[in-house]
Structure formats: structure tokens, C-alpha cells
Design a protein around this ligand. Structure first.
Ligand code: PGA
Length: 252
């Protein structure tokens, strides 16, 4: 099955109004109408509405970096799926390793967020991946399977149809050390096969992004791997030109 490449910019806690205006101007001018590659930008929550206006008629998509699993309620500082949907998000990142590591998100919470994204018609971008010690111990597949199982148990296999999984080895995030194309393919192949062992249809329709120090210089090589359907880009997405070059790497 041919899957449209998807490249997602995760700006994390970067970018204010003027910067965003300038970035989009520069990016849109150079990208024209994105063709064979779907491009999604994920700014901090407070800039979603500004971005939504700037992205009109551009063909670029918008996502959020996190959500709460409830529809509404007394959850100070949180943002819900219906709010993200209303403001124009199509995607939402769930279970990013920074959320897991720095904010204590558990597998169970990540699964609840994945379910909420589905319930409110947002496409979840589920982040999974091992840390350095886990890779050294040879437990990469076990860790990734545990993270997938948590979601499978709560949401079921059909929830993976059309979803996005981002394989992001923690040791590659923000470190400048990228997984080799072979390491990326091995992990992506494992993820695809594991989901396929439950449902071929879900596995075939799901896009698996690689994340972790993706740059213009390594995007095209990663893109050639059979099960790499795109990228989740942090640091390098903060420069419009660099991010553009990464998108070009996935457009072929
Ligand atoms: P990086 O971040 O590209 O800066 O390594 C990727 C991510 O955290 O999604």
C-alpha cells in the first residue's frame, strides 16, 4: 500500500508571534503547494489560533503537542481534544518522551490520551522509543512493544488504522546522534509487523515516522527505508529553510 509521506514539525516550547509570522511567510513562499508530502506544524498551544489563520489556503496542516484525555473539567492548565479540534488541529502528539520523562506520563495516561484523540477526531501521533540503557541492554523491541500494548489494550487494534506512530529513540532526540537508516528500519519494521500480527489492514494504513535529530542531511536516506513514512522533527524544524529541505527529502 502506498502511504503519503508525513513530515511533522514539533516546535516544542519555541516560537512567539513575530517569529511564527516570519517563519510561515518564508516557508509558504518556498514550498508553494505541498504535493506528495503532507506537512504538519505543531506550535505551542497559545499560538494555535494564530497559526490556523496563517495556514489558510496553504495546504499545510496543524497539530498540537499534547492533550488532556477528558472533554472538559477542573484540570488547571490542561487543554482538551474538542478545544484542539475547534481551533483547527487535525493531529495531536501523544506520549512524547519529554512528556513521559519530564512530566511523568505513564503508559496508561498515554493510552487514555490516544483514546481521547480518536474520540474527538484528531489523528494521534503516538511516540514510542527506547532510551540509551534500554538499547544497550538489547531491550528496544520489548520496550516499544510494551508502549504499543498499553494503547492496544485500551483502544483496540482498529484505533491504529490511519493513525501515526513516531519511533523516537530517546538517545537520538536533541542529541545530534541520529539512528542509522538500518536501525530506524529495524525498529519501524518491528512496529509494522507487530501491528500486522493483530491486523494487516491497520498496519498497512498506519504511518510510522522516525524522530530523533532528523536534519536536511539525513532525511533522504531515512526516507528510502521501506517502513519509514515520514519524520517528526524537533530542533531542525525551527529553521524554515532546513525544515523545507527535510520535507523535500521525503517528497523524493
Ligand atoms: P529533535 O527532536 O529533532 O530535536 O531530535 C525530535 C522530537 O523530539 O520529536
Amino acid at each position: 500500500m502506498k502511504r503519503t509521506p508525513l513530515v511533522v514539525a514539533n516546535w516544542k516550547m519555541h516560537g512567539q508571534s513575530e517569529w511564527i509570522k516570519h517563519y510561515i511567510h518564508e516557508f509558504v513562499k518556498a514550498v508553494g503547494k505541498p504535493g506528495q508530502c503532507e506537512i504538519v506544524l505543531c506550535p505551542p498551544f497559545v499560538y494555535l489560533s494564530q497559526l490556523q489563520v496563517l495556514l489558510r489556503e496553504t495546504g499545510l496542516g496543524m497539530g498540537a503537542q499534547n492533550l488532556h484525555d477528558s472533554e472538559q473539567g477542573a484540570f488547571t492548565g490542561e487543554v482538551s481534544g474538542p478545544m484542539l479540534k475547534e481551533i483547527g488541529c487535525s493531529y495531536v502528539v501523544v506520549g512524547h518522551s519529554e512528556r513521559r520523562r519530564l512530566f511523568g506520563e505513564t503508559d496508561a495516561q498515554v493510552a487514555a490520551k490516544f483514546a481521547a484523540a480518536r474520540l474527538y477526531s484528531l489523528v494521534p501521533i503516538l511516540c514510542v522509543g527506547e532510551n540509551e540503557a534500554e538499547r544497550a541492554a538489547g531491550t528496544t523491541e520489548r520496550i516499544v512493544q510494551r508502549q504499543l500494548d498499553a494503547v492496544l489494550h485500551v483502544c483496540g487494534i482498529d484505533a491504529f488504522a490511519g493513525a501515526v506512530i513516531a519511533y523516537e529513540p530517546v538517545w537520538a532526540i536533541g542529541t545530534g546522534v541520529t539512528a542509522t537508516p538500518a536501525q530506524a528500519q529495524a525498529a519501524h519494521g518491528f512496529i509494522r509487523n507487530y501491528i500486522a500480527s493483530h491486523s494487516e489492514a491497520s498496519a498497512g494504513s498506519m504511518r510510522i515516522l522516525y524522530g530523533g535529530s532528523v536534519r536536511a542531511g539525513n532525511a533522504a536516506e531515512l526516507a528510502q527505508q521501506q517502513d519509514v513514512d515520514g519524520a517528526l522533527v524537533g530542533g531542525a524544524s525551527l529553521a524554515a529553510k532546513e525544515f523545507l529541505a527535510i520535507c523535500a527529502g521525503f517528497t523524493g
